[in-house]
Design a protein around this ligand. Structure first.
Ligand SMILES: [Zn+2]
Length: 103
């Protein structure tokens, strides 16, 4: 599956602590906001040169919420987490490969 072919048909926020995605290929993913925050691929969370995560996932509370969920171009989602972090850009391909939690 190449990333360009992956896109959501529906993005649902029934709960501020969850993001649910239905994909155009028929698959579904559900993530907690905490899981997305822990997987955040941005340069403040992951060293771009080494790929080593510099943000401690254990520091994220399970009841983290997100707001201001928005599209980035036509290839990614971005959101503001309740810990104030907002620089993560979650490409659809990244989200499709990320293991869903609580689905
Ligand atoms: Zn980040």
């Amino acid at each position: 599956m190449n990333d360009e072919s992956v896109s959501p048909s529906v993005v649902r926020r029934s709960d501020p602590a969850r993001v649910e995605i239905e994909w155009t290929d028929g698959g579904q993913s559900a993530f907690t906001a905490a899981a997305l925050r822990r997987a955040c691929p941005c340069a403040r969370c992951v060293n771009e040169l080494t790929g080593v995560r510099t943000h401690d996932p254990a520091s994220v509370p399970d009841d983290l919420t997100q707001s201001n969920l928005r599209l980035v171009g036509n290839y990614a989602l971005s959101m503001t987490f309740s810990d104030g972090h907002h620089t993560g850009i979650f490409s659809f391909g990244f989200l499709r490969r990320l293991t869903p939690e609580g689905a």
